[in-house]
Design a protein around this ligand. Structure first.
Ligand code: AQP
Length: 345
C-alpha cells in the first residue's frame, strides 16, 4: 500500500499499568496507520513526570511502552519510535506555547480538574500546562493527524487553538519568511472505531485507567491468559441477555463496554457483534470474549516479555528513533525561533 505524505503523531505515557484502553483506543490504531501514513510514535516521559514517578520505574515503564509498540507490530524501520525527553525540542516549543496559550483556556481542561482533584493548589505546574506540552509534541512534527482516545478530545481542540493563535500572532513574520498563511497545521484528531473510550470493568461510568486502585477494573497488557479470563469473568454486567439491536444497549454501559471491546478486538462493529450474540446471556458472551481476548492479547504479551528481557535492544530502538525525530524537530525549532524573533548565531 502506498503511503501518503500526511504525518501522524501520537504518544503514550510511561506511567505503568498499560491497559486494554490504551491498546484499543490508541496503540492498535497506530499499527494500522503505519501502512498509509508517515508515523511518529512517542513514549511521552516528560508528560509522565507531571505526577511524581519513581525514577527506576519510569525507566522500566518507558521500556514497557516501547516493547508494547513493537510487540503490537509497529515497525521501527518504517516509523519513528522514541522517547520524548531525548528530543529537547518538545520542551523548547512547550515553553513558547506556554506564552501563546491563555490561562483561561487551560482553566477549562477537565483532565487537570480530574487529576488534580480537590488538591489543586498542590498539583504541579506541569500538570496544569500538560496540554501545552501535548500541543508542542504534535506541532513540533507539524503532524496532520493524531490517533487518540476520546479522553484527549479537549486537549486536541486546545492544540488547534494554539496553532491558530500562533499563526495569527506571527502572521506577518510567517509570510515574510515564506511559510505561507500559517506555519503550523490545524491538526485533526482521529477518534474512531468501537473502542474510543473503553470503560472500567468494575464500573461502566468510569473509563478504564492506569490509576484506578482496582486491578480488576482493567486488563493490563502484561496480564497472562488466566488473569484476562478472571477479569472478564468478574466484569460487572446487568442480568439481561444481549439485546437484538444496538439501540437496546442504551443505558446498559457495562454491556455496551464489553460489546465494544469484543468488536475492537475482532476488527468488526458493535452492530455485527450484537447481531451475532442477540438474545444470548453473559454466560455465553463472556467466555467468547475471554477466548477472543486471550487469542489476540497473548501473543503480544509473549513478545513484550521477550523484548523486555533485552533492555539494551529496546534502548537502541529509542536511541535510533530519537536521532531521526531530532532531525525533524531541530528544523522546526530553528524556524520557530526565527518566526518569534530569537537571535540565532
Ligand atoms: N479507557 C480508554 N479507552 C480508550 N483510549 C484510552 N486511552 C487511555 N485510556 C483509554 C488512550 O490511550 C492513549 C495513551 O494514554 P496516556 O497513557 O497518555 O494517558 P491517559 O489517558 O492518562 O491514560 P490513563 O490510563 O487514563 O491513565 P490515568 O489513570 O493516569 O488517567 C491516549 O490516546 C488515550 O486517549
Amino acid at each position: 500500500m502506498n503511503k501518503s505524505n500526511d504525518r501522524v503523531f501520537s504518544g503514550v505515557q510511561p506511567t505503568g499499568n498499560l491497559h486494554l484502553g490504551n491498546y484499543l483506543g490508541a496503540i492498535k490504531r497506530f499499527v494500522t496507520l503505519q501502512d498509509t501514513h508517515d508515523c511518529i510514535y512517542c513514549v511521552v516521559d516528560l508528560h509522565a513526570i507531571t505526577q511524581w514517578q519513581d525514577p527506576a520505574e519510569l525507566k522500566n515503564n518507558t521500556r514497557e511502552v516501547t516493547a508494547a509498540y513493537l510487540a503490537c507490530g509497529i515497525d521501527p524501520a518504517k516509523n519513528i519510535i522514541f522517547n520524548q525527553s531525548q528530543v529537547s525540542g518538545h520542551a523548547e516549543l512547550a515553553w513558547i506555547f506556554n506564552c501563546v496559550a491563555r490561562m483561561g483556556w487551560l482553566n477549562l481542561m477537565t483532565q487537570f480538574k480530574d487529576k488534580a482533584g480537590k488538591n489543586r493548589e498542590n498539583a504541579s505546574v506541569g500538570l496544569f500546562c500538560y496540554p501545552n506540552l501535548m500541543a508542542a509534541d504534535i506541532l513540533l512534527y507539524r503532524a496532520d493527524f493524531v490517533p487518540v482516545g476520546e479522553d484527549q478530545k479537549q486537549h486536541m481542540e486546545l492544540t488547534r487553538d494554539i496553532a491558530t493563535k500562533f499563526n495569527h500572532d506571527f502572521g506577518d513574520r510567517i509570510k515574510e519568511l515564506g511559510h505561507g498563511d500559517g506555519y503550523f497545521p490545524i491538526t485533526d484528531p482521529l477518534i474512531e472505531g468501537p473502542a474510543t473510550r473503553v470503560m472500567s470493568l468494575r464500573d461502566g461510568s468510569k473509563k478504564m485507567s492506569k490509576s484506578d486502585p482496582s486491578d480488576l477494573s482493567r486488563i493490563r497488557m502484561t496480564d497472562d491468559a488466566d488473569a484476562i479470563a478472571k477479569k472478564i469473568r468478574k466484569a460487572k454486567t446487568d442480568s439481561d441477555p444481549l439485546p437484538e439491536t444496538l439501540e437496546g444497549l442504551a443505558g446498559r454501559s457495562e454491556a455496551e463496554n464489553l460489546v465494544g471491546i469484543y468488536a475492537a478486538l475482532a476488527d468488526t462493529t458493535k452492530e455485527a457483534v450484537i447481531s451475532e450474540y442477540a438474545g444470548q446471556p453473559f454466560s455465553v458472551f463472556k467466555p467468547a470474549l475471554v477466548e477472543l481476548a486471550v487469542e489476540k492479547l497473548s501473543p503480544i504479551n509473549d513478545e513484550m516479555r521477550r523484548l523486555m528481557a533485552d533492555p539494551a535492544g529496546v534502548d537502541k530502538v529509542l536511541a535510533e528513533g530519537s536521532e531521526r525525530a531530532r532531525e525533524i524537530a531541530d528544523k522546526t525549532i530553528r524556524e520557530v525561533k526565527d518566526i518569534v524573533g530569537f537571535l540565532q548565531a
